[in-house]
Write a protein of this length. Structure first.
Length: 345
């Protein structure tokens, strides 16, 4: 993407940086969305499981769930998301370290003196995209693996401390520096876009979806896949009619589910675990808890049981105001540093 942008020969170097950042951000956004879809397919056995999409989309994108490897589907999702977060953080860490060492390794190979080696230019675009990529993955982990988020501030702290010292020693200044105000605004804008495109949809889907694995007696209540009157509460199975949109996934394998040795709905409900398996959706316990407190319930109704649109606008304005305030503080500090440097000389 960088090479393509350079070949396009934009008139302004600043505009070229903006174009490069947007393209890198968009490509990473699409990459994370693909990961999100694969983990949602792992968590929700009904998602894109209709005959229309089952063979084409689900089979090609899903992370395959193997019964017995984990206690349940949610455990598998949590493990895979945690692994993805660590892999992303480690790869970003290694990219910064490797980028700084690379010129010196090449100089050593060609017997150059250390003082003759030219340091690599620091690219703020790469660091910004890498941080946004990691943050997007953390947004996905919020509903599905909240207990593991205690590691997030530790990883970010290590990243900031390492990069600050490492970049100052092994990198040279960017050839095309950004103004602090501009960089802060762009990062806040892309962070807000990530929150809207990935963070909010994942939380809403987690709380309102009724198709995650549940207790067997309520598993089929939402979709009614079973033929009427065929559900056996003892064996926890039923007959799936061939006319059902989900027949290929839950009935065509000699009456068994596509990825299980059991018939429907036992093949789904035996992979259920967690605090919400007795509820038809994960939002019910939260609403019931809030309704127990009159004042909190009243505030909740005002804030959340009205259209969400105005609150998204308020949040966006808050982000813009915060980024503006940040930029002003950075600008003031930068001017103070310049004044001190001038007085010193």
């Amino acid at each position: 993407l960088k090479i393509i942008t350079q070949l396009e020969q934009w008139d302004s170097a600043q505009y070229e940086v903006n174009i490069t950042l947007f393209r890198l951000f968009l490509s990473n956004q699409l990459n994370v969305l693909l990961f999100v879809l694969s983990y949602l397919l792992l968590a929700d056995p009904y998602l894109f499981a209709t005959d229309e999409y089952f063979s084409s989309l689900r089979d090609s994108v899903q992370v395959v769930y193997t019964p017995g490897e984990f206690n349940c589907r949610m455990d598998a999702v949590e493990y895979n998301l945690l692994l993805l977060a660590f892999t992303t953080w480690a790869s970003n860490f290694a990219a910064v370290a490797g980028g700084g060492y690379y010129p010196f390794i090449m100089g050593w190979m060609f017997c150059s003196k250390p003082e003759d080696v030219k340091k690599k230019n620091y690219e703020i675009v790469d660091s910004m995209v890498a941080l946004l990529n990691f943050v997007m993955i953390e947004m996905v982990r919020i509903p599905f693996a909240p207990q593991t988020l205690i590691l997030t501030p530790i990883l970010l702290y290590c990243t900031v401390k390492f990069e600050k010292r490492y970049i100052m020693k092994w990198y040279s200044k960017p050839r095309r520096p950004w103004k602090a105000q501009k960089a802060g605004f762009v990062f806040s804008l892309f962070y807000f876009m990530s929150f809207i495109m990935i963070g909010i949809p994942c939380v809403i889907y987690f709380f309102y979806s009724q198709t995650f694995p549940k207790n067997c007696n309520i598993q089929d209540d939402h979709l009614d896949i079973c033929t009427k009157g065929t559900y056996n509460s003892t064996t926890q199975v039923c007959t799936v009619p061939s006319s059902s949109d989900y027949y290929k996934a839950f009935g065509s394998n000699n009456g068994k589910c596509f990825d299980h040795t059991e018939a429907y709905p036992k093949c789904v409900c035996t992979d259920a675990c967690g605090p919400f398996i007795s509820e038809r959706n994960n939002y019910v316990p939260l609403r019931e808890t809030i309704s127990g407190f009159t004042i909190i319930d009243y505030i909740y109704i005002i804030l959340f049981e009205n259209p969400f649109g105005p609150w998204l606008i308020v949040f966006g304005l808050f982000v813009l105001a915060a980024s503006r305030k940040n930029a002003i503080k950075v600008n003031i500090q930068s001017n103070l540093n310049k004044e001190k440097a001038y007085e010193t000389h």
